[in-house]
Design a protein around this ligand. Structure first.
Ligand code: ATP
Ligand code: MG
Length: 477
């Protein structure tokens, strides 16, 4: 229904309107004085790749996000290279180079563990490319000239090319001016570009939040109306983008911006849940702040932990509902987890491995209530114990459970044999199921900050088969 409406408003993408990618590029060549890129931020391996290609007679540039970050004085996290050499020609020039992809081939050039992606300039016109019924380009794999390659890129600030040898930046679409204005501007006609690839709507939001840039009015205007087109994008791609967004170091800002742009409704059910649930808002805020902090410190984050946190309050709600029907606590929790995972797996293409991690973290939570006999010793041996405990600490920090429980387990983990026995002797043998408790937000915040989500413990290699509901073995013994 919504799709039909969109189709009616924006047409079916039959290529009848002028494609955005036909806009004429106006090239500017920026000198060091104008761009002021600090050469020490440029990866030595990226320079090796561009100079090897150039010495072999090809054009070669650092491109995309790396140039954007260099212009902003930020060290890029990875370097992409664009060239007029074909993938075969690239491969022949490097000892460890691998052609990836079937339809549009790119080359991965490796130096030790450093990977650089080398892409041949792509052709401009998407008019002839196969599209789905809403105008989303399904395949568009022609090689092309550099100006065409620039025009195919998403935003003006992502369409600049840096040549480390001459230290010049080629700017086809006024990217430098937009960097100065802190503006995100889509290249070409916004509606057409979003229709070709609706993921660009998520990208614009991610970049706006991450870079703290404004979205140009023309780039922003169609998003609200065109948002439902994301529904039509393969879920795996939406999930990848969500993961990028959540691991950007600005996850909270990104989610707020998505909501602000009307991109969360119905499209990303995960976000509907996360952002429209007052009960869970504090928990989610703490979890995301925590994640952002870890990313900024260069630490790894675990998608399983993150999604477990985002969906916890939905699980809690369903858990209580199952218990209210007379289901015992542990099976009720598993039923709730099943429900939530099933919905999200369908809509978000949550990978099974991530789903397994989430379930492990959730299932561990009631086990923390049992501080009796050998149970705590068993629990700390669990391969995901650290993630489970970090989750418990967040729950305490958000005021959902008593702080005392999280502190006890933290102490238990750190204690020696005597200390553990003392803790066991001193504490209640079994906790009652906690009732949500209110605490001051600032206290919660500081507690959460100290809760490093060391969630990168080994993940289980095998994914257990989906078990039948009523025969599930309780997690707690
Ligand atoms: P990040 O810092 O997140 O890696 P990035 O701009 O490098 O940002 P990538 O996804 O690595 O993002 O893409 C590299 C480049 O490829 C972009 O800068 C842009 O020029 C181009 N690009 C990526 N995705 C799209 C898209 N959906 N449509 C058009 N161009 C794209
Ligand atoms: Mg990149």
């Amino acid at each position: 229904m919504i799709k039909r409406l969109i189709k009616k408003i924006f047409g079916g993408g039959t290529g009848s309107e002028a494609s955005s990618t036909q806009s004429v590029a106006k090239l500017k060549t920026l000198t060091v004085k104008e761009h002021q890129i600090n050469p020490s931020l440029v990866s030595g391996n990226a320079i090796r790749v561009t100079s090897t290609l150039q010495q072999a007679g090809f054009k070669a540039f650092i491109v995309g996000g790396a140039v954007r970050d260099l212009l902003l004085g930020v060290k890029p996290k990875d370097f992409d290279i664009a060239t007029d050499a074909t993938p075969d020609q690239v491969k022949r020039l490097f000892r460890r180079a691998f052609i990836i992809g079937k339809r549009f081939q790119i080359v991965h050039v490796m130096f030790g563990s450093d990977l650089l992606e080398v892409t041949t300039f792509r052709g401009a016109s998407s008019d002839g490319a196969p599209k789905d019924e809403f105008g989303r380009v399904l395949r568009d794999n022609t090689f092309g000239e550099q100006p065409e390659d620039a025009t195919r890129r998403d935003f003006t600030i992502n369409a600049m090319y840096y040549d480390p040898a001459s230290q010049t930046v080629l700017d086809y679409h006024g990217g430098m001016a937009d960097i100065r204005k802190k503006t995100l501007r889509i290249i070409g006609q916004p509606e057409a570009r979003y229709r070709e690839d609706p993921v660009r709507m998520l990208r614009v939001v991610r970049f706006a939040a991450k870079l703290q840039f404004e979205i140009a009015p023309g780039t922003r205007a169609p998003i609200r109306l065109m948002a439902p087109l994301i529904d039509n994008v393969p879920t795996a791609r939406v999930f990848d983008e969500m993961l990028k967004l959540l691991s950007s170091g600005h996850a909270l800002a990104c989610l707020k911006q998505l909501r602000h742009e009307g991109l969360h409704h119905g499209l990303l059910p995960l976000l509907d849940v996360v952002l429209e649930q007052p009960l869970g808002a504090r928990f989610v805020t703490l979890a995301l702040n925590n994640t952002d902090e870890r990313v900024r410190q260069g630490k790894t984050i675990s998608p399983g932990f993150l999604f477990a946190a985002l969906l916890w309050h939905q699980v809690l709600e369903k858990w209580q509902a199952y218990e209210a029907t007379g289901e015992p606590a542990i099976p009720a929790l598993h039923l709730a987890a099943d429900d939530v995972l099933q919905t999200q797996t369908e809509s978000l293409a949550l990978q099974r491995r991530i789903g397994t991690d989430m379930r492990d973290i959730w299932a561990m939570q009631p086990r923390f209530d049992r501080r009796i006999g050998k149970t705590p010793y068993k629990l700390i041996e669990h391969p995901r114990f650290r993630a489970g405990l970090d989750f418990l600490i967040l729950r305490a920090a958000s005021g959902e459970i008593e702080q005392e429980l999280a502190d006890w387990w933290t102490d238990f983990l750190a204690a020696d044999a005597v200390g553990r026995e003392t803790l066991l002797a001193a504490k209640p043998r079994m906790n009652k199921k906690p009732a949500p408790k209110k605490t001051a937000h600032s206290a919660a915040q500081s507690a959460a900050q100290s809760a490093a989500t060391e969630a990168e413990a080994e993940m289980p290699a095998a994914v257990p088969k989906k078990r039948r509901r009523r025969t599930r073995k309780p997690a707690a013994e």
